[in-house]
Each structure stands twice: as structure tokens, then as C-alpha cells.
Design a protein around this ligand. Sequence first.
Ligand SMILES: *Cc1c(COP(=O)(O)O)cnc(C)c1O
Length: 426
Amino acid sequence: MIYQRSSALFEEAYQYIPGGVNSPVRAFKSVGGVPVFMKSAKGAYLTDEDNRTYIDYINSWGPAILGHTHPEVLEALKLQAEKGFSFGTPTELETEIAKLIVENVPNIDQIRMVSSGTEACMSAIRLARGYTGRDKIIKFEGCYHGHSDSFLIQAGSGAATFGNPNSPGVTQGTAKDTLLAEYNNFEQVEELFRLNPGQIAAIIVEPIAGNMGCILPENYFLQNLRKICDENGAILILDEVMTGFRLAFGGAQEALGIKADLVTFGKVIGGGLPVGAFAGRNEIMNYLSPRGDVYQAGTLSGNPLAMRAGLKTLQLIQQDPDFYTKINKTAETLDFEMSKILNEKGIQHRINRKGSMMSLFFNATSVSNFTEVKNSNISLFNNFFHQLLDQGIYLPPSGYETWFVSAAIGDKEIDKTLEAVRNFQY
Ligand SMILES: *Cc1c(COP(=O)(O)O)cnc(C)c1O
């Protein structure tokens, strides 16, 4: 049995950790089988506890955009660790990374660091509510903004995988302030504004949705959201936890030419350590404590090790003028060649891709919202997933997730991946 040690470790983990994992999608519940336990990662590759290696298309769900354990990030972390792990005081390093981000991301003057994307989104809506003096927010079906109560209404990611649109434990009181619309359906947004005049604090949206698989905005969807926010004095929050520093250094704002009032970050911004952030113009960010009254805090916020990993990662990206061209090209080749092979096999599918984010849907029609995602042939995806896994290709263990290409993936890895797709039998 090729996953022998993983199976034993999972059995043991199951006794002590709920479901055996510390984040649900890791459990392989959607694709079936036993999750693979990894023990190390380097460049494009993961190594499991049975000493098998895999080409990695999750990359820690996005953060490892340079590939794993980049030598320069590792060195920077070692040097930082010698100086201390956490001080609970301000450090120069925090200003250094804040300055780099503010100078390079459009439409932001200040940024506040937190420890996860969940915290970033939760804090951003509190700030939007504090700033506007309104209670309601609009989110879209299948979009995921972390696991805070307000967002666990028709959320994507793990919640989509497990088919629980709304989590028990979220009160009616909280749920009533979260208004829902279908992704790419602007008419529903207009209707919500009509029905809730003067009550909507913010729209929060993934500019490229990545937590119901990869879904692209269509028909000026984001531009229309921008317009309706302006007309109604509401805040447009672009959740760039996934897209920030991945689509472009300036994120989706730069890549898609869309202007946000507040932006949330996570994933790439921490280079693999736990970091999130939210940012905006002075007029809004000045509402945040200690300058303003909207409270938000964190014992480990701006942690020096996390800041060092993030800063080094961002600097390495910035130093390479062709960084995004290269990873996008790698993803494009994978997209194009994989599609060709699947067509030759007569397998109906759709690949949605923006830059280095992509998803393969076994679907006969285009996929542009959560309902269409759910029409995909998930059992075929699960079969595909396992056959590729057995051949050393690590895809996200769910048909509702996005694949991430890292800079460490080169021609050799793409060739090997395509070979595994060629071997797929259904
Ligand atoms: C991952 C993700 C989050 C949540 O971030 P965590 O660090 O997992 O809390 C929020 N929004 C989007 C768009 C994400 O992809």
C-alpha cells in the first residue's frame, strides 16, 4: 500500500484532532481516501511520510508562489529568528513591509497586519460598518471570506465541499445582516440595494472567485459593483486574500483595472507564515483604533518572523520584472495542453483560468457561478484526482478549489503532469 504511513498517521490524528485535520478540506472527505501526510517540501515538490514526492499544485493554497522553502526566504527567516520571535512592540520591519505594499498596491494609503485572511475580512467589514454607520453587507454565493460568522452564509471552499451552505452556530441575528447574491449577477445586487435603502455598508467580493473553483467575473460585473457602491455610499471590499500579489503585484486592482475602497490580503503576503492584512485610503483607515474608534487588535499581529518571510517573498517577486509573465505562461501551457489531451480522450470539460490560478471542471457548459459549478461531474474529478495523485501530481483534494502554479514549476514538471493526464483512464 503506497500511503501506508499516511494511513497510520491519519488514524492516530483522528483520535486527537477533530476529523484528524486542522482545516477541513485537508481531510480528503470530498475526493475520498486517506489524506497524504507531508513531511517536507522544496521548490515544486512535496515529500510525504512514505517518501513519495509530488509536483505541488496547491502550494499551501496559494502562499508558496515562489515554490517551497525558497533559499533566500529561508536565510532571511534564520537571521530573523536569531534576533527574537515576538516582542509585542512595534518594529521597523513592520513599517518596511507596509511601505513596500502601500507604494505598490493601487488606492491604499495605510495597511494593518493581522494573522490570517479570516481576520482580515472580519476586520474589514467591521471597519466598513464603523465608517458608514450601516449594518448590512452583500456577499456572493460560493465566495469565501474566511470562517467568521458573517461570511458563513453560502460560503465556498470547505463549506462548499461539504454541502453545508450555512454553518450551525451562526445566529439568525448575524445571518440577517448578510445579504446574498449570485456571482456575476448584477441585477440581484441592484435588487438588494433597492430593498435595503441606506442600509448597506459594503459589498465584499473575490475579484476572481477562487473558493468554488476558479470563476472569472463577466459582463463588467466588478465595474458595476464599483458604480453601485459609489451611487449608494457603500464600501467596495475586494477580497484579495487569494489574488493579491498573485495576479499582479498590485493584485486584481492592477490586473483588472478595478478600484477598491478596502482590500484584504493573506496567503502570498506571508510567504508561508500566518499573515493577513487589510488596507485602504486614509479617510477610512483613520477610523481604526488606536487612531479611531473601530477596535481591532492582535497579540501576534506583525510578528517579526511572519513579516520577514512576507517581506522577502514580496521583494523577490518585485525584483524579477518577468515574474508574473513566467508563472502565467506556465499555467497557460498546462491549461492549453491538458485541455488538448482531455479533448482527444473525448472528455467534456472546462478550464477556467486567470494568470496562475485555474480550475478544471468536468462540465459541458461554461462555469460562471456556484450553481454551474455544482453541475460539474464531481465523481469524475475525484477519479482524476486520485489517478494523478498516484502518479505523483498533487492537485487540490476537491473539485471546488483552485490550482495554484508556483514559480518553481518548470517545463519538466509540466511535462510530467501532462504525461499523468495522458495516462488518465475513466
Ligand atoms: C483563504 C481565503 C480567506 C481566508 O484566509 P485564512 O488565512 O484561511 O483565514 C479569505 N478570503 C479568500 C478569498 C481566501 O482565499
